[in-house]
Design a protein around this ligand. Structure first.
Ligand code: NAD
Ligand code: 89V
Length: 344
């Protein structure tokens, strides 16, 4: 089997995980990289022995010779780079947050659709082992019909040292982290019709909000809470675990700190360890995220080969991105926001 050849744009903090994961993905390899920062290009090129290096994405696309592009830059460049991929008919993966605005995100999906190329958002959190375990338990009917849920990420971890730009934006936790938690809520309980949100900034050294609480109505009738915080100082730091509580007609699921999955139903209570693997290149506490990076990239390679739709396609991600926009709108106005109107 000939390997799919990929090109990666953006050789920053997180791209190193993506490069390691591409080394492990069966059936794909990175053959070219691009970064406008010469030092980042050199570091990543040398670390992963990539000979084809570019400072300009347009030049890389013009030279071609790859089957897909992995866009690992920050949000400002996503629309231009996805549209460049569409113009060259190159299937594209784009990091989250997908775009700066929902209208940009819609334009990106439309451009790839018109070009006839697959587009996947690198929304990896739903690919984490503990999240997949919750989904599997629900699919197996372990708790009947879920009617209530809580998706919680509360931490005091210093994310700003690795990603200084997170302290600078007008928007912070919903756009950067809550976007994952909202996607998990959709993945577990289905699409959302309406939400209401409250936010605040506790850390005076950053510009955006670092705490958010969001109440969601799901299409299937369930109600859930998504609560996220980077201002929560706990005895044992849980970063980067998403904790889940689900109540169903036949039982309950609790995914608690330490990757402990407890399921209670008529058969009694079972407890399972759903900890992620520590991949050879991974390091704690990031290994949960790092393993999901491998999983989503393997999924991309598999779907690119068989022509199937990816779990977090651009079209799917519009429904997560709409929740981000709705949460900011609701926090600003104080009112609930209907999601259907945003997606029209
Ligand atoms: P970063 O600033 O460390 O790296 C971005 C790199 O892209 C920089 O080296 C920059 O020079 C380069 N770049 C930007 N625009 C470019 C362009 N037009 N052409 C070529 N190079 C360009 O950022 P990061 O922390 O690595 O984050 C990158 C993305 O990954 C963000 O969107 C972030 O939200 C996301 N991220 C995702 C996860 C996750 O688990 N899914 C975790 C961390 C970061
Ligand atoms: O996953 C992310 O997008 C990261 C972090 C986990 C630090 O929020 O930015």
């Amino acid at each position: 089997m000939q390997k799919l050849r990929g090109a990666l744009i953006g050789c920053g903090f997180f791209a190193v995980n993506q490069m390691h994961a591409w080394n492990d993905v069966e059936g794909a390899e990175i053959v070219a990289i691009c970064d406008r920062d010469a030092e980042r290009l050199r570091i990543v090129g040398d670390q992963f022995a990539i000979a084809r290096r570019y400072s300009d994405a347009a030049q890389m696309f013009a030279d071609g010779g790859f089957d897909f592009v992995d866009i690992a830059t920050t949000v400002q460049s996503h629309r231009a780079l996805v549209e460049m991929a569409a113009a060259h008919k190159v299937p594209a993966i784009c990091q989250k947050p997908f775009a700066r605005t929902l209208s940009d995100a819609k334009a990106m999906v439309a451009a790839c659709h018109a070009a006839g190329i697959p587009l996947m958002v690198h929304e990896n959190f739903r690919w984490q082992t503990p999240i997949q375990a919750v989904r599997k338990a629900l699919d197996a009917g372990a708790i009947g019909e879920p009617f209530w849920g809580r998706f919680s990420f509360r931490s005091g971890f210093d994310v700003f040292s690795g990603q200084p730009y997170l302290a600078e934006g007008e928007r912070f936790i919903i756009e950067d982290l809550g976007i994952h938690t909202l996607d998990i809520a959709r993945f577990i309980l289905g699409d959302v019709t309406k939400l209401v949100a409250r936010t605040r900034r506790v850390n005076p050294k950053i510009r955006g909000e670092d705490v958010a609480t969001i109440l969601l109505d799901h299409e299937g009738g369930a109600t859930s809470i998504v609560d996220v915080s980077y201002a929560t100082k706990l005895g044992t730091e849980p970063f980067p675990e998403t904790l889940i509580e689900l109540d169903g007609t036949e039982g309950t699921i609790r995914l608690s700190q330490g990757y402990r999955l407890e399921i209670t139903n008529a058969s009694g209570t079972s407890v399972t360890d759903v900890a992620p693997q520590l991949l050879s290149w991974a390091s704690r506490p990031w290994h949960n995220i790092q393993e999901s990076v491998f999983a989503i990239q393997q999924h991309w390679a598999d779907r690119l080969r068989d022509g199937g739709e990816t779990s977090t396609s651009g079209a799917d991600n519009l429904k997560t991105f709409a929740l981000v926009e709705a949460a900011y709108e609701s926090a600003a106005s104080g009112n609930p926001v209907e999601i259907g109107a945003l997606l029209k």
